[in-house]
Design a protein around this ligand. Structure first.
Ligand SMILES: *Cc1c(COP(=O)(O)O)cnc(C)c1O
Length: 395
């Protein structure tokens, strides 16, 4: 029997029987609509007229001159409505929910970025929205909690486990299984049981399709290297996907090394993780010796997940993509660097990609081209970076 939703041996549908009905219904609905002309037309209309796509492909001339290697372009997902790539996926899933006749959307959120994107689309579509968030994260991200409430969503605190993202996902799964008739679970990255990793990648692949066409128009050729940060992996899959068949294009993912991959405080899944099954998928996870999910650490809340989407685990295992680990200090330096050289304040997640680019670009020739995916804008991170640098900005 052919295995469903696999990338090599990774992926699959490892869920309890209680969740399987919901997963199967979603899988059938996605198969029905993923190539439906009306669904796709409506999605692309929303990309354009609500999310503000296509996003710019920006020539980073000063960074290019400063680094003295590859010609650098930046894909500006930070300019999307709500300030990151997350809106692409939230639009796709909530639109699918509408086609399925669901009235209620639930989501998990860690830092609050995916929760805000989902609450935004639910406001636009007049849908009921409930966002699960670890109690710990609610305290750290109080502003985003209020933002979601402002958008009409209900934010429900999760008190189990470490009271963070992974526990919020567990709680959302439980709600979904219980309320399958009315409810659609909108997952925030290329993770979870099939069809999520495929579906979320499909809603994000517009990033790479646009980037390829835009670069063709400007340079008449493909890039030599594409760099993106990796948490669950959705912005990276989004920009990588269209380039996978183009073997000459090097794909590089930057994961969070936190205080260093030789300390316990990091989120560098592919550097230090092992094969496992969690949140409905077979993939690579940070685990202790008993196989329990390990605590993770990164300055960037969006990269703070103890696993990675199964398609990345596959690209890593086949060598089609390379993954590098970037420390907090390197990310903060890249955050400051892009702000000063190009006048663009990146999300601290995206700064991990900029840091990787700063290492790789100088090793490339001036006739070669690199694209950096700038997954989001950094306004949300300014206060935290100031604190990291010991700068007092309040009171
Ligand atoms: C959530 C987030 C990420 C990490 O998620 P992926 O699924 O790995 O893309 C990266 N950048 C920004 C700006 C985010 O909000």
């Amino acid at each position: 029997m052919e295995k469903i939703g696999r990338f090599g041996d990774f992926g699959g549908q490892y869920v309890p029987e209680t969740v399987m009905n919901a997963v199967t219904e979603l899988q059938e609905a996605y198969e029905r609509y993923r190539n439906d002309p009306q669904f796709l037309a409506e999605l692309h209309d929303l990309y354009r007229n609500y999310a503000f796509r296509p996003s710019l492909l920006y020539y980073a001339e000063k960074m290019t001159k400063d680094l003295g290697g590859a010609k650098i372009y930046i894909k500006r997902e930070d300019l999307n409505h709500t300030g990151s790539h997350k809106i692409n996926n939230a639009l796709g899933q909530v639109l699918l929910a509408k086609y399925m006749g669901k009235k209620r959307i639930i989501a998990e959120t860690g830092a609050g970025q995916h929760g805000v994107a989902t609450a935004t689309i639910c406001a636009y579509f007049d849908m009921e929205c409930e966002v699960y968030m670890g109690r710990e994260d609610m305290e750290r991200q109080a502003l985003n909690v209020y933002r979601m409430e402002l958008l009409g969503a209900k934010v429900t605190g999760v008190d189990s486990g470490t009271k963070t993202l992974k526990d919020a996902i567990n709680e959302a799964m439980r709600d979904w299984a219980t309320n399958i008739e009315t409810t659609f679970y909108c997952i925030g990255s290329v993770m979870g049981p099939h069809p999520y990793p495929t579906m979320v990648r499909d809603f994000q692949k517009i990033i790479g399709e646009e980037a390829k066409a835009q670069l063709m128009e400007k340079e008449g050729k493909l890039p030599d290297c594409v760099v993106a940060c990796v948490g669950g992996g959705s912005n990276a899959m989004g920009i990588f996907y269209d380039f996978i068949p183009d073997k000459g294009v090097r794909l590089v993912g930057a994961e969070a090394a936190g205080r260093g991959i030789d300390t316990p405080d990091h989120a560098a899944t592919l550097s230090k993780g092992d094969l496992g099954i969690f949140h409905g998928m077979k993939s690579v996870f940070l685990q202790n010796d008993e196989g329990q999910i390990a605590p993770v650490f990164s300055i960037s809340a969006g990269l703070d997940y103890p696993g990675i989407g199964p398609e990345h685990a596959y690209l890593h295992s086949t060598g089609r993509a390379d993954y590098v680990a970037i420390t907090d200090e390197e990310a903060v330096q890249a955050f400051e660097y892009l702000s000063k050289t190009e006048g663009i304040i990146p999300a601290v997640e995206s700064a991990h990609a900029v840091a990787a680019a700063r290492k790789i670009a100088p090793t490339m020739r001036p006739d070669q081209i690199m694209i950096i995916n700038l997954s989001g804008r950094g306004d949300k991170d300014v206060q935290q970076i100031a604190r990291y640098r010991g700068v007092k900005i309040d009171g």
